[in-house]
Design a protein around this ligand. Sequence first.
Ligand code: ADP
Ligand code: MG
Length: 377
Amino acid sequence: MKNKLSEEFKNRFDAEPLFYASAGRINLIGEHTDYNGGFVFPGAIDKVIMAAIAPNDTDKVRMYSIDIDDYAEFGLNEADAPEASWARYIFGVCREILKRGGVVKGFNAVFAGNVPLGAGLSSSAALESCFAFALNDLFNDNQIDKFELAKIGQSTEHNYCGVNCGIMDQFASVMGQKGKLMRLDCRSMEFEYFPFNPEGYELVLIDSRVKHELADSPYNKRRQSCERVAKRLGIETLRDATMEMLDSIRTDITAEDYFRAKFVIEEKSRVLAVCDALNAGDYETVGKKMYETHHGLSYDYEVSCEELDFLNDIAKECGVSGSRIMGGGFGGCTINLVKKDLRDSFIKTAKAKFNEKYGHEPSVYPVVISDGAHKEE
Ligand code: ADP
Ligand code: MG
């Protein structure tokens, strides 16, 4: 990728660039927990956005996206927002740095990536984090704290891309380290690294390539259920709830609210169990917890769909150690922890059976936990 970028950059701008990269991410466990003040458990992966960049001594940004084959040029004032949606991610990062009192001057850039777009691996966070990291290095002497770089990406989504996302994706893209996952506490924003070196296992994402658009905004409804139960318990978020507390109000709340809250409370215990299992190198327990999460998302939180349950069943039949929906639900990927010697037969079976039933093959992405945003030497 570096050679391709280098060639394109030299042809367009006739100068020597510096190279930066930032990764997409997975979340091993901890789903629908962020808005409940709970834990998520992401890591950066070996699928990245890479950029070749050099300052150009003007007040303009000039950039070319190899993958989309599109060029954009824009100034750095609020009124200069580019039209192309891909360019707004970078314009937003520039603006958010400037708003925080940081420095951004004109630069030329060429970028490309191998994070699949819109597959749930957060290519947008990889893009924001790549440029936030690069502009911090080029113009700010790396004085902007890394966590702040993640927030710059998040604010970019909020203020320039119309996506009201949490912090997890950008956090993982920026802070990720090779062979490590991170438990992020979405209430205190404290985080801790845990070893993830599953010798003999691999992580494989299977993208169903379906997305069910549901009319009644199921995401908001889930949030409202959680908020209602927390309020009834007299606590701020379900982070502080226990099953005993929930059972004590069972007759006062709807069955639906009960099961939504049950999932969130149990998911917290599962994340903590996975932390212990990772410290002990016990990947079979990690996998078991992933299956439990899938079951909870499917039956209690009700955010699965036929295709994802089907992929989960195939994983079970193939003897895959762990499998679950990754992301909000109603489509997208499953994340699978699979023994290396089972990997090929699992992928083959999943593709064939899914195709037979739904008329198209799922996309398959094996991933390795890798470094997040960095400068390429
Ligand atoms: P994801 O789940 O992958 O983050 P999003 O819809 O949030 O999906 O972000 C995808 C958008 O990010 C694309 O539509 C595009 O604007 C931008 N993007 C991501 N990767 C690239 C790339 N390699 N080249 C150009 N734009 C990209
Ligand atoms: Mg995104």
